[in-house]
Write a protein that binds this ligand. Structure first.
Ligand SMILES: C[S@@+](CC[C@H](N)C(=O)[O-])C[C@H]1O[C@@H](n2cnc3c(N)ncnc32)[C@H](O)[C@@H]1O
Length: 337
């Protein structure tokens, strides 16, 4: 029996469950390794994402822009003030911790003539990313395996470095952030995404349940844990009800990333401000959906110093703890000299 003999309704299942995984196992062998992975936590985190890549996305709406880095970042909806920044003609972009590729595709398609290097610990994630980006006909991303902590092993600097949803999974996030800063050209731009302590109290409640009840990070363990949390939420626990509203809660791999992670740090804005000072990076602004009240608040802060704006955002977040529910995602800049 060949695949042509299968009922048509089964073909998408065969494609997803058989053909695509086969293609990914072929692609694994084509992905170079740029650094060693020597750190203990990095190795455990890699093992986790080898089993459960984040996340197995299916469709993406690709819109190719014909704009430079500064045109994209200063235009609606991002509207970041870049001062005297001069955008490179062919920006070299590092996406550190690219996961399954959705993140890398964004800079590859939104900046004109971009060349993206996308790194991750997990070969399973990278193979998924490579297959998906080829399917979308995106040819300006080079995927490679590397540990952020060992990026000094590569002799290269980038115009833009993006690292979203990754540094908080390192044992020492600041050590990783320092390595990334060394890979950024003087005057270059960096986009960072970090978990907010205030916005993740529901996740923290979920993690506490896992610890107390001893749920295992296996498919059965994750399902049992979800069942437990959903029933506690339906009995009126508002924090757990909030956790159930997160989309990541409802798929196995994403749920493992959400509440079963072996290494998670959370940050406050004062801590981020301190880190930026240590790294000698200038805070520019957040990239997020500034609809409504948030946009008005941001406008009120225009013209204030970066430090002042971070203090005001911190006060705002204390009043509105869900503000950075997705993550803090912000741009910063390395001094030109
Ligand atoms: C939650 S996923 C985020 C993926 C992607 N940035 C996104 O926003 O969709 C975290 C990814 O970071 C990777 N990662 C974690 N620690 C890393 C390290 N030390 N070096 C490189 N990648 C790392 C993991 O393998 C995983 O794929």
């Amino acid at each position: 029996m060949t695949t042509e003999d299968w009922p048509v309704s089964l073909l998408p299942v065969i494609k997803r469950q058989v053909e695509e995984p086969l293609e990914e196992s072929r692609l694994r062998a084509t992905i170079n390794s740029l650094t060693k992975i020597s750190d203990g936590v990095s190795s455990s985190v890699r093992d986790m994402y080898e089993q459960n890549p984040y996340r197995r996305w299916m469709n993406a709406t690709i819109r190719r822009y014909d704009m430079s880095v500064s045109e994209v970042l200063t235009s609606d909806p991002i509207l970041i003030e870049l001062g005297d920044y001069v955008a490179p003609d062919m920006p070299e972009i590092l996406v550190a911790g690219c996961g399954t590729g959705q993140h890398a595709i964004q800079p590859a398609t939104r900046y004109k003539a971009a060349q993206v290097t996308a790194l991750d610990l997990s070969l399973t994630s990278l193979a998924y990313a490579k297959r998906q980006s080829a399917k979308l006909d995106i040819n300006n991303i080079t995927f490679a395996q590397a540990d952020i902590l060992n990026l000094d092993e590569i002799d290269r600097q980038f115009d833009v470095v993006e690292c979203v949803g990754v540094l908080h999974h390192l044992e020492d996030p600041l050590a990783g952030w320092k390595t990334l800063t060394r890979r950024l050209k003087p005057g270059g731009l960096m986009k960072i995404g970090l978990y907010s302590e205030a916005a993740r109290q529901d996740v923290l409640a979920g993690r506490k349940i896992i610890f107390e009840q001893g749920f295992e990070p296996t498919a059965d363990g994750i399902r049992a844990c979800r069942h437990y949390i959903i029933s506690a939420a339906s009995q009126g626990d508002p924090t757990l009800a909030q956790l159930c509203r997160r989309s990541d809660f409802h798929s196995l791999s994403a749920c493992r990333d959400l509440i079963f992670h072996i290494q998670e740090h959370r940050f406050t804005l004062p801590q981020i401000k301190e880190h930026l000072k240590v790294l000698n990076l200038e805070f520019l602004d957040f990239e997020m959906n500034f609809a409504g009240q948030l946009g008005n608040f941001r406008e009120e802060l225009r013209g204030l110093s970066a430090e002042n704006r971070l203090d005001k955002w911190h006060a705002y977040e204390l009043e509105n703890p869900d503000t950075f529910r997705g993550m803090y995602q912000f741009w910063c800049r390395k001094p030109a000299q």
